[in-house]
Design a protein around this ligand. Structure first.
Ligand code: ZN
Length: 224
């Protein structure tokens, strides 16, 4: 145990030295502030290394992670991360990234009592209920599991689009754009679910518009 603990500090010393050799001002620049273009919301799973799989360096992406990459209205942790990224850092893209073989998604498909995790997993069970017809039509259990991972990402994108800070800033300057991705850790490939952000925003305006604005008209104006 102490060995693995010590190796972290040894790794850190080597990393610090390498960075300084590559660029003497590296840590001075890092300390000067952050200006990331991306907010990444992903799963806490140890196999999904956000920066590494996207080829990003420190400073490139603002990151929020939780079990099964959820965003829901009462989660002040996710809401604060999104508000800060959108209103203060002014990120241009918000990425919700799920992953196949997700333990949180798997748990929500099981008829079991998970104790403290029940309310959290209930959000994923809600995604299943919303798409029950499609999911139950998939006979292969593994394919059904994969599809729930994708549908969960799609629903979390909707939850982000429902937020006032996202809608208001999009009206002001056309950003942020919300994206839904899945990381396939069986192949290492990142898959874009091609979430149609502008049309989803226009579609949900009847119920979720928090700006009293004509989203469709606005989108058309921007298109040309
Ligand atoms: Zn996961």
């Amino acid at each position: 145990m102490s060995q693995s603990y010590e190796v972290i500090f040894e790794n850190n010393r080597k990393w610090q030295e390498t960075k300084r050799q590559q660029c003497p001002d590296y840590f001075k620049d890092l300390a000067d502030g952050q200006n990331p273009e991306y907010l990444y919301i992903g799963c806490s799973d140890s196999r999904v290394a956000a920066e590494e799989l996207m080829g990003f360096e420190p400073g490139d992406v603002f990151v929020h992670r939780n079990v099964a990459n959820l965003v829901h209205g009462l989660d002040m942790n996710a809401a604060s991360a999104i508000e800060y990224a959108v209103s203060h850092l002014k990120v241009k893209h918000i990425i919700i990234c799920g992953h196949y073989n997700c333990g949180g998604i798997k748990a929500a498909m099981l008829p079991e009592d998970f104790g403290t995790m029940n309310p959290w997993l209930s959000n994923i069970r809600d995604v299943y209920r919303l798409h029950q017809e499609e999911l139950d039509a998939i006979e292969d259990e593994h394919l059904r599991y994969d599809r729930l991972v994708e549908l969960n990402v799609q629903e979390q994108c909707l939850n982000v689009i429902k937020m006032a800070c996202v809608q208001e800033r999009y009206l002001l300057d056309g950003y942020p754009i919300v994206h839904g991705w899945v990381f396939d850790l069986r192949t290492g490939r990142l898959i874009d679910l091609n979430i149609d952000f502008k049309n989803i925003l226009a579609d949900i305006q009847k119920i979720y518009d928090l700006t009293d604005s004509e989203w469709v008209v606005n989108a058309r104006k921007k298109a040309g």
